[in-house]
Design a protein around this ligand. Sequence first.
Ligand code: SIN
Length: 541
Amino acid sequence: MTIRDSYDYIIVGSGIGGLYTALLAREHGSVLLLTKGTIEDCNTRYAQGGIAAAVGDADSPELHEQDTLEAGAGLCVPETVRILAREGPTAIQELVRLGVEFDTQQGEVLLAREGAHSVPRVLHAGGDATGANIETALMKRLLESGATVKEHAMLTSIVVSDDGRATGVRAFHAQTGEESEFAGRFIVLATGGAGRLFRYTTNPEVATGDGVALAFRAGAAVNDMEFYQFHPTALHLPGAPTFLISEAVRGEGGVLRNALGEAFMARYHAMGDLAPRDVVARAIDTEMRATSSPHALLDVTHIRASRITTRFPTIYSYCLGHGLDITKQPIPVAPAAHYMIGGIKTTSWGETTVPGLYACGEVASTGAHGANRLASNSLLETMVFGKRLVERTLGRNGGEPDGDRTERVFKLPNRHVPCAQVPPLTLGNLQDLLWRNSGLVRNGDELLWAARVLSVWRTMSRARQAPMKSGQGSDRAANELVNMVLIARLMVEGALVRQESRGAHYRTDFPEPRKEWELHTVFVGEERGWHQPSCASGIPQ
Ligand code: SIN
């Protein structure tokens, strides 16, 4: 192992969280940014809708706060949401300063409407190319900043000193296999989400949740992993990869219809097509089952064609490239895995429970999203709490207390499956298991079966943890799979213990929210020993 240089900040990930914290940190010290692909590979690039902030005349931080709390179904940390909404307008000014050009008309910024927002509040850039515009602007700034960037650096662990402090990271080069260790005063994980755990996802291939696995193994607390948000409308077209069809399309007047052509959302929620995301996703699922159809339809054919092509150029071109003219034909859509609401538990200053280790963006769980994230709050969350994270490393905390969370703490159990055939561990089998047994609609039996299979896969996947020797090619995929099995266990065990339905977590055996579950689930460490088998329990095998 080559021990390389030492830096003030080691930042992992090249989405908005990694780039923005790296830029701010660079004003105060040396920065190493590590990313497992190229600097351009990230989830941020695919964000279509935009960034929510109370900048409109009809809006206020109080209203934004209220909408966020409402969507969060009783599990938001109220102080965190207040900071998010209050700091929103400043974060937008900051993005403008860094070179992001938001869409305007006659000098006024254009604001879109999305689900569960009571007023138009979502700023966008390049129509539906907001994430790509933000990413490009920040990347340009970062490359000019003097920060050191290392691409193809796949992390294998966080180095933790005897007194429990994160002091560095170990990584290998995904193309050469060369191993390195880097020392840092502050380690920041901004590795994004984990959509690749599911068969259908709006996320790119890099979204394998590595940061959660690394932090958990380093001893950090991980919370609310059972809350995984499914986007209601991903393109479902034979031969076309799953592709996000932004909620902003419904904000512009798009109407959801079932296979019989009926507009159905009014039957499910007073906000109709702009109901909270979890409600819309489950309504689509219900209609798909009722009509035995693999998709619902999103109809924009009644909207002026030029409006669609200018407002949604990315979606229009993508669909056209797959033979679908959305100005003339309805779009076949179905729910797909979209956003990891839970993650590494952090304070509103980005601190994890391991001193020296920080997290921001989708990999972090600040408590701002509760049980169901309000659309377009995620880019904002990253900006607001990324800034506070860097301030915290400078010793600032404004004297504000962090919001209290009621929580229940668990250790990750190990389970036996002695009387069943477990399929081999492959990425495809893992994605199928999560999609079927821990997807949009769950139940205890199916979750327990998934938990058992995952326990067995964990023992199978351990041997893969050591990176291959130089010259043997990339071992990135194998390491990602190890990480994904761990993250899947955290999601499934979280879903098993939470015996209720709330926000993005819906269980048919506990279909209502329960007062006693108005709390956060936290997992720290693994149980020793094994849970004994119970083959007679009727678990599907
Ligand atoms: C979308 O454009 O619908 C996605 C926005 C988000 O997930 O916040």
